[in-house]
Ligand binder design. Structure first.
Ligand code: GRF
Length: 236
């Protein structure tokens, strides 16, 4: 088997996506291993979860650094020390500089709780409800200097039901985030997906296509939505 790609997960909070990545990477045939978790928040709940899974944790708080460059230099030092090859941002609440992002181009991915390019930024679920959207979802993308705008790797859609609250949507979307993030990481780590010329390229062996059952437009109940997990695999 090929060497598994050494992957760092950067978090700021509860780390449920981080947990999904750690769980997926616990499988011996997963093409990435989670080498370490780095948080900019000393009290991020995800740190304890990572530590209990025997993943090395590092805290790199913004405080104590003169500026963003110095903070990022500290993060880069940890990445170098750990021999990291890929980075997953998972609820990391700092915007990385163009310098940092460009250094990691094609090796730095993020998850965002909307169907990008719709609803970049924060409070996505509230804005989806405000706009009366009937479909919502999540996106894993390569990170580029422009926030939430890099080439898309994987997306999953969920219905927005008439009485949904922000919390309902957050839960439904998060459930799909936990499915597509490991999927996207495995595609990137195995080299089946790469970023080139500002676009995502898929290896022919991925055989991406539409399934037969994707009746997302008539969500009389979530159970009736046929195989959302399957849909999540059909992204470009
Ligand atoms: C997720 O909704 C993710 O899409 C966004 O931040 C949230 C992080 O949640 N970038 P968690 O820390 O992974 O639970």
């Amino acid at each position: 088997m090929k060497a598994r790609k050494k992957t760092a997960v950067l978090i700021s909070g509860r780390g449920s996506n981080m947990t999904a990545l750690i769980r997926a990477a616990a499988e011996a045939d997963f093409p990435a291993e989670i080498t370490c978790v780095i948080s900019d928040q000393p009290d991020a709940a995800g740190l304890a979860v990572a530590a209990s899974a025997n993943i090395r944790i590092h805290v790199a708080p913004r405080a104590g650094h003169a500026d963003k460059a110095a903070h990022e230099a500290e993060i880069q030092r940890v990445l170098d020390e750990e021999g990291v090859e890929l980075i997953c941002l998972a609820g990391f609440m700092r915007i990385l500089s163009a310098d940092f992002v460009n250094r990691w181009a094609g090796r730095l991915i993020n998850i965002h709780p909307s169907l990008l390019p719709l609803f970049p930024g924060l409070t996505t679920h509230a804005r989806v409800l405000q706009q009366g959207m009937r479909i919502h979802g999540c996106t894993v993308h390569f990170v580029t200097a422009e926030m939430d705008a890099g080439p898309i790797i994987a997306q999953a859609a969920v219905p927005v039901l008439p009485d949904d609250t922000e919390g309902d949507l957050a839960t439904r979307v998060l459930n799909m985030e936990h499915k597509i993030y490991p999927l996207a990481l495995s595609m990137v780590a195995s080299g089946k997906v790469r970023m080139e010329g500002g676009r995502t390229h898929y290896a022919p062996s991925l055989e991406i296509g539409w399934g037969e059952h994707t009746n997302l437009m008539v969500p009389s109940s979530i159970e009736e939505i046929v195989n959302l997990e399957d849909l999540a695999r059909r992204t470009p």
